[in-house]
Write a protein of this length. Structure first.
Length: 299
């Protein structure tokens, strides 16, 4: 059997290198020929098929379509090159983060509920203008969010793992000093041992009454128990949760001043054509002996 390439969309088959067997696998069912797979593009969606990696003895490349890669690392065989989808979700995630901020500032969840109830209850709301927004995790998505926030007349404060003074970016060690002055805190960090529980009871306690925390990173970056203990003092807009998926009856569903969307920030219409082009490019790079983009360095 020829070496096999698994891609998520039929449009990618035209980029499969000559002499290789290309097949479409979207994450459903069981793909054939796993023993011959040398290049595996992990399907995008709710189910990441990391379980298949151990059944691909000839695998050379695992290509993710997510920016996060913490789920794949424990299952990645030695010698397999891992590349992530950094950059593919920048526009989609930044748009969703901005939408969550505006929904909270202008009480859109309440207006939607009152429309369904047939209630006319006008009142004035918060605003994004003249607020201070703290972006925690100023990478490519953070820059995309900054570009979308800038026209809204708010002050933007940037934080990254390492300070970049030439770009006006604070280091993570400054976080505690910055939280008391923030109206809105947006979490965009990857999930690592250092960022798990990054915003917990102490950090929430430093935030002013009525401040908003937006999590479009990973659920465990924000301590769920600590947020619930605020009893609505801190507002939250969460596209990711811990646990996830959020089970029925979980306190977050009914928590005061909490708005939840089901981990959909990165998967808008913008993502798919960009992802298909990226997969094609990665296959051409690999066939031509050119280094892949977005290669993940293992710890």
């Amino acid at each position: 059997m020829p070496d096999r390439v698994l891609v998520p969309w039929k449009e990618n088959l035209s980029a499969v290198p000559e002499g290789l067997d290309g097949a479409v696998f979207d994450g459903r069912g069981e793909p054939e020929g796993l023993a011959d797979v040398v290049f595996f593009v992990m399907p995008y969606g709710r189910t990441q098929r990391v379980d298949l990696l151990a059944r691909m003895p000839r695998l050379r490349v695992c290509q993710l379509l997510t920016a996060g890669y913490e789920n794949a690392l424990p299952h990645l065989p030695d010698g397999v090159e891992l590349s992530n989808g950094r950059g593919l979700h920048d526009a989609s995630t930044a748009e969703h983060a901005l939408a969550l901020i505006l929904a909270d500032r202008r009480d859109l969840p309440q207006w939607a509920a009152e429309q369904r109830a047939g209630t006319w209850n006008p009142h004035y709301t918060r605003s994004l203008a003249d607020t201070r927004v703290l972006i925690v995790g100023h990478g490519s998505i953070g820059r995309a969010l900054e570009a979308r926030l800038a026209p809204n007349e708010c002050e933007i404060v940037k934080v990254a793992r390492t300070a970049r003074p030439e770009e006006g970016v604070h280091g993570i060690e400054d976080l505690h000093g910055l939280l008391p002055g923030a109206d809105i805190v947006v979490l965009l960090t990857p999930l690592t041992d250092r960022t798990r529980g990054l915003i917990g009871a102490e950090e929430l306690g430093l935030m002013r009454d009525g401040a908003l925390v937006v999590n479009v990173a990973r659920g465990p970056v924000l301590d769920t128990g600590a947020l619930l203990a605020q009893e609505g003092r801190i507002r939250a807009a969460l596209d990711v949760t811990d646990p996830e998926p959020l089970p029925g009856g979980h306190p977050l569903w009914q928590a005061p001043n909490v708005f939840v969307t089901p981990h959909v920030a990165g998967g808008s219409d913008t993502f798919y054509p960009r992802a298909r082009r990226f997969v094609d490019d990665q296959l051409r790079r690999w066939a031509g002996g050119v280094p892949l983009a977005n290669v993940v360095r293992r710890p």
